[in-house]
Design a protein around this ligand. Structure first.
Ligand code: UDP
Length: 435
């Protein structure tokens, strides 16, 4: 199959950990790689955000990245990209005119807008235009609910996002919670499938190098440094944890800019640092900054526990990476974290924005090495059985086939085989089974 993914702000080539580069970049890169490994021809279309980028590059992972000129070739915050989406759609259409894909997969709502526009332009020339799947990665309705007036999304998102959901042939939700939200936005339930994000289980393994430990309990949190990731909840919990008698802790905050200078300039780092000093835990909190992908497993392996306490979370790849490394996860019971972290088995759930509940959970878990180990082991088997990229790619491929009508042909062929089996052996079981 020829597959074109559109990921307007999140290129697989970006350095991960900045404000607009996180899970979506990882998702698109890993899904493209796993689909290419299954023999598909995959190209990822993204906006050219650096003038040095070539127009098209084939990466070692076996797929192409196409950098489309749309707006200035520099980093632009994703919430300011909408004016450049028509140019992105035109650039994609021009490329598809030479080589049209069978399937288009939009990632994030603006990529959905560009994909629909490009497919429509192409449909004027083609008898069978490509089918389109859409993964939103985040929904504006949820963001607005939690961030209110602080939400910097363009106003148009409010109507364009549901429109993309209704226009796509198939919408892929990454968790149950998102499927319900999509339904409430008017997306027909029969066109929604759930396929979670995955994790590289060859990279995020329990065995391997770990960052040097100290004698303190190490709590690690990883994410783009934005308020909704709820890192302030963890800092506040450290203070309560001290009162509960667990004072020998250190919190590693991973993400944000790279280098001391970039971190010093980061408004969120300043906010979190001043909170830490207000609640008397400055000496317990260490800002690590942006960690490259290859170092991430060693960082996670060095933790006693990984904590993810966002206000809301469309999916959340970090808990899967921690579980892959055999580390228990304490997560707020929101969005994708409800599906991925099994409470009392691979970690614990706490309510969001509740430092006291988090402190209780940490106080319960940290001094119990046996429970930490057993949660860790359960996490490893959970991700290996459910969240490998191979499995996610196979599930995604099935959705593509369904859109192209191949799935129904396969079902018909299977039915025909079943009927033949019944005719040749004439067994009663087979006969009733075929009816
Ligand atoms: N990440 C990274 N380096 C960093 C910070 C984050 O490689 O310094 C990666 C992290 O390991 C994970 C992704 O960025 O793979 C974050 O994904 P998640 O779904 O947890 O959050 P999102 O960014 O989508 O909100």
């Amino acid at each position: 199959m020829k597959i074109s993914m559109v990921s307007e702000h999140a290129s697989p080539l970006a350095a991960i950990g900045g404000v607009d580069a996180g899970g979506q970049n990882v998702h698109v890169a890993e899904l493209a790689k796993a689909l290419a490994a299954r023999g598909h021809e995959v190209a990822v279309y993204t906006r050219k955000d650096d003038r040095e980028l070539p127009e098209r590059v084939t990466v070692a992972e076996g797929y192409d990245i196409v950098n489309i000129s749309a707006g200035p070739p520099e980093l632009i915050p994703k919430d300011e990209l909408l004016p450049f989406i028509p140019a992105l759609a035109d650039g994609i259409t021009a490329s598809w005119r030479h080589d049209a894909p069978d399937v288009v997969h939009g990632h994030f709502w603006m990529s959905g807008v560009a994909s629909i526009d490009a497919v429509q332009q192409l449909s004027l020339d083609l008898a069978e235009p490509p089918r389109m799947a859409q993964t939103f990665h985040a929904l504006g309705s949820v963001k607005r609910r939690h961030q209110g007036i602080k939400d910097t999304s363009p106003e148009e998102r409010e109507w364009m996002e549901p429109w993309v959901g209704r226009a796509a042939d198939r919408v892929i939700a990454t968790c149950t919670d998102e499927a319900f939200e999509l339904k409430s936005l008017g997306v027909d339930r029969s066109r929604i499938s759930i396929v979670p994000c995955g994790v590289d289980t060859g990279m995020f393994t329990p065995r391997g190098r770990a960052e040097t430990r100290t004698s303190r309990y190490r709590i690690v949190t990883v994410g783009r440094l934005v308020p909704r990731k709820g890192m302030d909840t963890i800092i506040q919990a450290l203070a309560t944890l001290k009162e509960l008698g667990v004072a020998d802790t250190e919190l590693w905050v991973v993400g944000g800019g790279s280098g001391a200078e970039a971190l010093g300039d980061d408004a969120e780092v300043r906010r979190l640092s001043s909170l830490a000093s207000d609640v008397g835990v400055s000496s317990h909190v260490k800002f690590i900054g942006q960690v490259p992908r290859e170092r991430m497993p060693a960082v996670l392996r060095s933790a006693d526990v990984v904590v993810c306490t966002p206000w809301y979370e469309p999916f959340g790849i970090v808990p899967l990476e921690a579980m892959g490394c055999g580390i228990p996860v304490i997560a707020s019971a929101v969005g994708g974290l409800v599906d991925t972290v099994t409470d009392g088995v691979t970690g614990l759930h706490v309510p969001p924005k509740d430092p006291d509940a988090l402190a209780q959970a940490l106080a319960e878990l940290l001094p119990q090495p046996n429970i930490l180990r057993s949660f860790g082991r359960a996490g490893v088997s959970r991700v290996r059985s459910r969240y490998t990229w191979e499995r996610i790619a196979a599930d995604t491929e099935r959705i593509y086939e369904l859109m192209m009508g191949r799935e129904s042909k396969r079902t018909e062929a299977l039915e025909a085989v079943r009927r033949r089996v019944v005719r040749s052996d004439g067994s009663g079981f087979g006969r009733s089974w075929a009816q």
